[in-house]
Design a protein around this ligand. Structure first.
Ligand code: UD1
Length: 392
């Protein structure tokens, strides 16, 4: 059997790493091997946004890189479809496996289905209900056309059923990101905070830094267009973080390229880099982010992946969004995260409450570090339905 899997942007890499390892494990125990081809669309291309993750997570170099790069959504989607179609026509895989909700997920699943290839979506069924989010459109289209929908939680399976997806296509397998977290916990725990700061500090940032210890710092990540692109919204968020939160505790901000560009555009750069309590870093690698999360008193984020990691690690988390496609991570479902949108009085109020909370890890069902093996088994089962698997 030939499987072609696709990655495009940073949050895909931690989802594909355990899948590749599960294929290797499957191949080591059987003669009827899976041939795997890894395609990188090249949506994220920086050393720090892409290559560092391949290295840290021991992902083999992609067999094919489409080198799509930046652009408007239509450019990224269109260019990826044109390029992946040629690859799919040449390799004719039995399965195209896509993960998550980035532009690569949508464009490659559509191109594959136009060639009548089978598509498996890992992390299917997530719904924020927010049609202004590009990722929500990517999820809806990908799920509608996929043949095998592998969900991370029961709410996602229920979403798909509610939309009319045939039940036999939906399988609850757990959260593949947590496989990566569990496999890398020990390495992350052994990293010194000072070495993360030393390695990643942005040039020009106030170098006179305080010593950091666990539980005396917060972590910020922001990249969603809805928070970063509107000048007034982003300015107000940054001011709040600088003038109010950074008064109470050190803040570490590994900054996404979109946010970095915007800070300079709105002329807050000098204020940000000279603040004595704000530590601005380049995007950090997987283990470093995990380490920062493990010792953080609080996380401010608009990333879906971070919400999930906070949940398993127990880090109190303020999610700077009005909705989430990952409700199992919310406090009302036993998780650690609370939705605060980008309204300052709401953020301020929840910030005060959250600072009183203790680290409380929680583990949703099947977030057990073994999802990738279930994924490979489901693909095998689905392929050989009615046939014997390893007929010799
Ligand atoms: C993308 C995903 C989002 C994911 C996020 C994580 C979609 C629709 N969005 O958003 O779901 O949570 O990645 O990072 O697919 N840039 C660089 N270097 C890079 C990559 C990007 O400088 O390696 C710059 C681009 O030029 C662009 C900006 O960062 O100006 C945003 O990149 P883009 O790929 O458009 O989307 P993200 O906001 O990263």
């Amino acid at each position: 059997m030939k499987i072609l899997s696709v990655v495009g942007a940073r949050p895909n890499f931690m989802k594909i790493a355990p899948f590749i390892r599960a294929i290797e494990k499957y191949n080591s125990g059987c003669e009827d091997k899976i041939q795997h081809i890894l395609v990188h669309t090249g949506q994220h291309y920086d050393l720090r946004m892409s290559h560092a993750f391949f290295k840290a997570l021991s992902i083999p170099d992609p067999d094919i890189n489409l080198e799509i790069g930046s652009g408007s959504h239509a450019e990224q989607l269109g260019n990826t479809m044109i390029a992946i179609e040629k690859v799919l026509m040449k390799h004719k895989p039995d399965w195209v496996v896509v993960v998550g909700d980035v532009n690569a997920t949508l464009s490659c699943s559509v191109a594959a289905k136009r060639l009548c290839l089978k598509v498996c979506h890992i992390e299917a069924g997530l719904r924020s209900g927010d049609m202004t989010m590009p990722e929500e459109i990517n999820r809806l289209v990908t799920d509608r056309i996929s043949d095998l929908l592998l969900t991370p939680d029961r709410i996602s399976s229920a979403n798909l059923l509610m939309e009319g997806t045939p039940e036999e296509k939906i399988h609850f397998v757990g959260n593949i990101m947590i496989d990566t977290l569990e496999a890398n916990r020990d390495v992350a725990a052994s990293i010194e905070l000072s070495s993360i700061i030393g390695k990643n500090l942005i040039k020009g940032v106030n170098g006179n830094l305080p010593t950091l210890t666990d539980n005396n710092y917060g972590v910020i990540t922001l990249h969603r267009p809805s928070n970063v692109d509107p000048e007034d919204t982003f300015r107000a968020l940054v001011k709040f973080l600088l003038n109010e939160v950074a008064e109470d505790l050190r803040l570490i901000w590994p900054i996404h390229p979109r946010a970095l560009k915007q800070i300079k555009t709105i002329r807050m750069w000098d204020q940000v880099i000279s603040h004595p309590s704000l530590i601005l870093l380049e995007p950090v690698d997987y283990h470093e982010m995990l380490r920062l999360n493990m010792g953080a008193r609080i996380v401010f984020t608009d990333s879906g992946g971070l919400q999930e990691e906070c949940c398993v690690l127990g880090t109190p988390c303020l999610t700077l969004r009005w909705n989430t496609e990952r409700p199992v991570t919310l406090r009302e479902h036993g998780g650690v995260s609370v939705l605060v949108g980008n309204n300052l009085s709401r953020i301020r109020e929840e910030y005060r409450t959250t600072m009183k909370l203790k680290r409380t890890p929680s583990r949703p069902e099947l977030w057990d570090g073994k999802t990738a093996e279930r994924v490979v088994n489901k693909i095998i089962e689905f392929t050989y339905r009615g046939k014997k698997v390893h007929e010799s």
